[in-house]
Design a protein around this ligand. Structure first.
Ligand code: SF4
Length: 352
């Protein structure tokens, strides 16, 4: 970083701090763990999707919520907050590519064909999804889940003698199904681009889970060879990965779990332990800064380019626009979608 850019960043940080002081309790800032470390340090609350959904639903006192993450998370805050509250996202074009891999028309078509088989299905949508898919689940007796509670969600569905129709992340679905003892031959993979039959119905006899063929480009970048290399170099290092990684990576790892699980596991570990972390690199950098008594390295440097579209400067602009009373786009969700998405989100919060 040059001297000029360092002065500019310090100036931005000081203006953010000043705006925050002036807005006081009228403002709450939520940030996902994968945000840049400076944004994480400026937030009131930092968490994974589940934690932030819960926190957003409890902000009754505040007037403004600024959500630093990708757009579906800001939409979730909009769905869960009160109508009088204003929700802002510093970069509305920052979308999660995984969330864009399941579109409502394709999901409705799949649902029509799958339910026509006569099997009892229940839709479960990963939180990384558009609001209209969450609404689809709300309307069809299903619910939302996160990587922290996907197993509880699938168990709930099976306990009601139904088959989970899980979208859009195949890897989270496979890893969760495997953890529940469901083998690959009892999983049906729905490929929205190739598997829609022209005639007849999909053969899902004997299947215990139906998964959508979607993926997170950040987490599928980890390879089994990364684990082999790092174990060769560091010997007694523990490998901990996110369940959006592919099953071959998960199978070779020592621990697997959501972002909050990774954080709490490493924080609780003994001083001097060594960790290779298979998830987004900004989060790994924060973990390293917060746990100087341990060796923490990324399993591979994988950054979510979409999360990084939210910058300190865009965050500052939102705060100063609020202070100056300038018009700026609010996060909005179609009221019909919001109503049913809220149903699906509240079902999740009730069972986890
Ligand atoms: S890390 Fe993956 S799932 Fe998370 S926001 Fe980025 S692309 Fe989406």
């Amino acid at each position: 970083m040059t001297a000029d850019s360092s002065i500019r960043e310090r100036n931005i940080r000081e203006r953010i701090a000043a705006a925050r002081r002036e807005l006081g309790k009228d403002l709450v800032v939520l940030a996902h763990y994968y945000q840049n470390i400076d944004i994480v340090r400026s937030a009131d609350f930092v968490g994974d999707s589940l934690q932030l959904a819960r926190i957003a639903s409890r902000q009754h006192e505040t007037r403004y919520i600024v959500f630093c993450a990708v757009s579906f998370m800001a939409e979730m805050a909009r769905i869960l907050c009160e109508p009088r509250q204003k929700v802002f996202h510093p970069e509305p074009s920052a979308k999660c590519p995984l969330a864009e891999m399941a579109l409502i028309d394709d999901v409705e078509k799949a649902w029509e064909l799958l339910t026509a088989t006569g099997r009892h299905l229940m839709p479960v949508v990963y939180v990384n999804s558009r609001a209209d898919l969450k609404a689809f689940c709300g309307k069809n007796g299903g619910f939302v889940c996160t990587s922290a509670n996907a197993k509880e969600a699938m168990e709930y569905v099976l306990s009601r003698d139904a088959i989970p129709f899980f979208f859009p992340d195949e890897n989270l679905g496979s890893n969760t199904a495997h953890a529940m003892g469901i083998p690959d031959n009892e999983i049906f993979l729905w490929d929205p681009f190739h598997d829609i039959p022209d005639t007849g119905l999909p053969d899902i006899a004997g299947k215990k889970a139906i998964l959508w063929k979607g993926f997170c480009y950040v987490h599928v970048a980890f390879r089994p060879s990364d684990i082999e290399e790092i174990k060769k170099t560091h010997g007694d290092i523990s490998v901990i990965v996110h369940p959006e990684c592919t099953p071959d990576v998960v199978n070779l790892s020592d621990h697997v779990g959501s972002t909050s699980y990774i954080k709490s596991t490493i924080e609780a570990a003994a001083a001097g332990t060594k960790w290779a972390v298979g998830t987004e690199v900004n989060f790994v950098n924060c973990l390293r800064a917060d746990n100087p008594d341990k060796l923490i390295i990324p399993l591979r440097e994988c950054e979510c380019r979409d999360m990084s579209h939210v910058t300190l400067l865009k965050f500052l602009t939102v705060l100063e626009n609020i202070l100056e009373g300038k018009d700026q786009p609010e996060v909005t969700v179609d009221p019909g979608d919001a109503r049913y998405a809220r149903v699906a989100l509240e079902r999740m919060l009730a069972i986890t």
